[in-house]
Design a protein around this ligand. Structure first.
Ligand SMILES: [Zn+2]
Length: 314
């Protein structure tokens, strides 16, 4: 039985708009049967069409919120440190602000031949601007690649390069790490990474170690935003988990490398701040379709995410 094409057919059926019923009430039984059949097809499609990427994940942390606390009011039992330059208090659980931050973006997103509005952001600021990483400092990343399928480790670095071009953001590979994925990762780990925000953690892992990968989910990704003194939010670190055993199986297919790349790019899309869209042409569609890489909407969204504010205050 031809699994993938069968799955595609069924998936198309589930995304088809439901037929409009104008039947009289006496046909309610017939209608109910149709609904049940549709639900059965949908359930089968989910099982056969198989893999979904994930649920996008965002964590938000708040620094001191001047909107709800006055300066003199104690806002936390955590000790507060003073930065010498501005004399502004900061909580002890954040690194010194502005590390490696320049006055202007370090790069520019590459030009796009075709743009599209088929993209969505995971988080918006109050003024409607998207929340992303500061383009004015490099985005460091580390990889736990102990479980990477043979010959697949380079796919992560290739995908990072693609995202770097699309956003204009400068990525720096800080090497391998032994850090394990965690649902409650501390964004600031001075003992492990020094006095700065922890780098983006990319893990080749398993559903046992990262339970959100259980079932048909093949990858997860997201970032943590920080808002200091009630200012606009910005991502400060993130993580991306890849289901190594599942991707290893996919890599046996002739188009396995493109497929795995699609998964990594989709998750990096979440890390940078993109939400799912309903448009199956885009890589940010929640189910894995044809692995054609970033489409016009994905690229337009990433381009915007690469042009958020510089953040010397974070
Ligand atoms: Zn997703």
């Amino acid at each position: 039985m031809d699994g993938p094409s069968n799955g595609d057919n069924l998936r198309r059926m589930t995304h088809h708009p439901p037929p409009k019923h104008r039947s009289p009430l006496r046909k309610a039984g017939h209608w109910l049967r149709n609904v049940l059949v549709t639900m059965l097809i949908a359930a089968t499609a989910f099982l056969v069409a198989g893999l979904v990427y994930d649920d996008p994940r965002v964590t938000g942390l708040l620094g001191m919120d001047s909107g709800t606390h006055s300066r003199s009011e104690p806002i936390s039992t955590a000790p507060v440190q003073q930065t010498e330059a501005a004399g502004v208090a900061r909580p002890a659980d954040t690194p010194p602000p502005g590390l490696e931050e320049s006055d202007a973006p370090l790069g520019v997103p590459e030009l796009q031949s075709v743009t599209s509005e088929s993209y969505k952001f995971l988080v918006l600021n109050d003024d409607g601007s998207p929340v992303g990483y500061s383009p004015c400092r490099p985005l460091h990343y580390v990889v736990n690649e102990t479980l990477a399928p043979e010959g697949a480790a380079h796919l992560v670095h290739d995908a990072i390069r693609t995202i770097g071009l699309a956003t204009g953001i400068t990525f720096i590979h800080d090497g391998e790490t032994a850090e394990e994925p965690s649902g409650e990762r501390d964004p600031y780990q001075p003992a492990a990474y020094g006095d700065r925000w922890a780098p983006l953690l990319i893990s080749w892992t398993t559903p046992e170690a990262a339970p959100k990968l259980k079932g048909q989910v093949i990858g997860t990704g997201g970032s943590t935003h920080y808002s200091f003194n009630g200012g606009p939010k910005s991502f400060v670190t993130g993580s991306l988990e890849l289901d190594a055993p599942q991707i290893d199986l996919e890599l046996e297919r002739p188009d396995g490398a493109q497929y795995a790349t699609a998964v990594i790019l989709h998750e990096l899309g979440h890390v940078m701040g993109l939400e799912h869209v309903d448009d199956p042409v885009q890589l940010m569609y929640p189910e894995i379709g044809t692995p054609d890489g970033l489409a016009a909407g994905d690229l337009s969204g990433l381009r915007e995410l690469g042009q958020t504010q510089c953040r010397k205050d974070l």
